[in-house]
Design a protein around this ligand. Sequence first.
Ligand code: HEM
Length: 216
Amino acid sequence: MEAVEKMIRERRTRGLQAYPEDFLQHLLMEEDRKSCEDEGLSLSDEQIKDNILTMIIAGQDTTASAITWMGKHLDENQEVLDTLKAEQLSLAERSSSKSFLKLEDLNDMPYASKVVKESLRMASIVPWFPRLALEDCEIHGYKIKKGWNVNIDARSLHLDPTLYNDPDKFMPSRFSDESKANCFLAFGQGRRTCLGMNLARAMMLVFLHRLVTTYR
Ligand code: HEM
């Protein structure tokens, strides 16, 4: 937070135009604009810092860990790696653009998508997420009181043998069958579903493509 504060101070002192047009820049610009137009709606420095921290933790750390786990699982599962490699090399042959993947290429990676999903299931990067009960309620016979913290235990769901056969086995093909509802919570669910879900998936697919088509 101190580092972000320092950056904000520096940018304000030197002027925003001296810096690249990045996310922080936009929050600072937005703040100036809003505070003139509509006092009360502008972002406070606290909120700007919170947003930057969210991007670092929610956006950067999560994807980096997910990619690391994916590398480990591929290394330990030669058959999966071979199937993935065959799909990606064939895509590289077909792709109209040889050096850069396009969005339509990402939609043409059925097996890699399953590798991504299976890695996310096994790693459960966000293992649980908290909720605060806003009123007394009852869920499946469990009485929950207003003010209680309830943690949604995604990891237990992801490793539940009644939902996933052989849950400790890395098996991307398990996602070929129609999946049951509410069993995959890697990106959460409902109103607070991950905002960066599609970006994260895209980054993981691009990473897989580069890894298996470029390295042995
Ligand atoms: C593999 C990578 C990622 C995983 C596993 C992941 C997981 C999650 C989960 C489980 C939640 C819901 C938490 C809850 O319900 O309390 C969430 C929320 C969120 N994620 Fe991600 N995420 C990933 C990547 C990203 C990226 C790349 C970004 C942004 C660039 C991002 C931004 C956010 C934000 C802003 C929220 C809060 C949404 C809200 O509360 O309305 N995430 N993420």
